[in-house]
Design a protein around this ligand. Sequence first.
Ligand SMILES: Cc1cc2nc3c(=O)[nH]c(=O)nc-3n(C[C@H](O)[C@H](O)[C@H](O)COP(=O)(O)OP(=O)(O)OC[C@H]3O[C@@H](n4cnc5c(N)ncnc54)[C@H](O)[C@@H]3O)c2cc1C
Length: 522
Amino acid sequence: MTANDPTPRFDLLVIGAGASGASIAFEAARRGLSVALVEGRDIASGTSSRSTKLLHGGVRYLELAFRRFDRRQLLLVREALAERGHWLEAAPFLARRLELLLPTRQPTAKLYYGIGLALYDALAGRRSIGASRCVSAAEVSRSLPQLAPGHGGVAYSDGQFDDARLNLLLARTAAGLGVRVWTHTPVIELLRNGAGRLNGAVLQLPDGGSQRLEAAAVVNATGIGADTIRRLAQPDVAPRLQVSRGVHLVLEADLCPGGTGLLVPSTDDGRVLFVLPFHGRTLVGTTDTACAGEAAETPSAAEEAYLLDYVRRWFPAHGEPAVASRWAGGRPLLLPEAGEAGGTAGIVREHAVETLPCGLVSLMGGKWTTCRPMALDALAAVAEQLGRPLPEPQAATPIHGAVADGPSTREQLALLEQTLLQRHAPALVAHLLAGHGLAAEAVLACATSAAELEPLSAAIPLTAAEVRHAARHEWAREPADVLERRCRLGFVDRAEAERLCEPVRVLLLQELERSRESQPCG
Ligand SMILES: Cc1cc2nc3c(=O)[nH]c(=O)nc-3n(C[C@H](O)[C@H](O)[C@H](O)COP(=O)(O)OP(=O)(O)OC[C@H]3O[C@@H](n4cnc5c(N)ncnc54)[C@H](O)[C@@H]3O)c2cc1C
């Protein structure tokens, strides 16, 4: 979206539309603020589409809490477990319970894992999503048949979700509440009033022009870009973030045919590694390599070799793994305080909210699962800038594609599924419901012919209708917006995404032309 009005004014300008920025905009609009949400690239194009896609408290963080007697870390795990429960209910079509195995051949290790995971369950309290359980080697060989033999273990539950689509639907729900969204428009300058306080920003428009926005408060939610915006506000400010690159691979084969994922409990360098079911394939990740911000989204050959080495070790029966896709994202880690353990794997995944003297509020660090409490912390700082408390929302606001509570959403999804199956193939119905929930029919309504409901790929049943829908209702402008983030084809099968790049570009150009000539369809 672009705007040509001279200088629109808002209560709040949020820079960056990842999980953090979209959550802040959503929560601010629920509290009655007028909000502009500005994204330099596409919604979720940063780290928020590049995560391991787990809604979790963090089993590893729980272990760290105990090893270091760190109560703060324990509270973080508890908070994240509550948020895991929140998202599983708020967007049940995008998030689901996933069982993961902590494998071992040692009875003492099994006991250790069992006690730790029982505590993990207990910390979730009423938000528990299923108790952990001991699993025999026979059961493991059924659910993970290619795993090195002889492993039993302990299975526990976390959430698995579509990070890019949840991010997008948060922004879309926020837009439904009146938030003005600009995408592909980076903030290139911050504006100040006569007293030196920030009161807006200049955006660079896709056509090369610029747009001024005025806002009473400005939040920097640019993830690994946070220090750049902070320096724009105050050139001599000290950096607060260290970037750590995390690489994921998607293997062509499905190493988790029973639907259970694997948590490799300890790598040679003391990390954990996930091997997860992912769109009928296998997601393997991640690495943890300190890097410069510009290098955060470029996987290296060494990192790929590192991940493949663990696949070979743990799945020796599989043979040489074929890689269908690879991607990297940057963790925005807060720099360690004096006395904290060195190395990025040891840094507590915690967030911080900072307000510079010029009024810039920066939200830094954190994780996807906890973007909601992070957003509320940022809004507390915004309230201080505005000089007034923000009212609590009176009612729940369902995510676009859901209704007010999880059970009702699930019930209505089941009914919609029955209706859609009368007219469409099961794979298409499953795909539409998984990405769009109760709004799935809006995608079908964008087809200009029956042929536009035919899947364009066997890997993910993207259709021409869905491309049109993404352009009309989801801010998609470029093929990668559709292929990587509106549907996950670019993450699941890179070659397929490249094959579809041109046809998707043509459809997007048609939609651009159409939007110039007419109003978008409902
Ligand atoms: C490998 C990896 C795996 C992870 N796995 C998990 C997981 O399984 N579960 C979990 O809970 N967390 C996970 N995390 C953490 C989580 O993904 C991040 O903490 C979260 O996505 C950060 O969101 P964000 O909105 O702060 O940043 P981002 O998603 O990076 O968003 C920042 C946005 O700001 C935009 N921007 C930058 N500069 C400008 C500008 N000048 N103008 C306008 N816009 C700008 C960027 O384009 C970007 O879209 C993982 C992180 C990594 C790296």
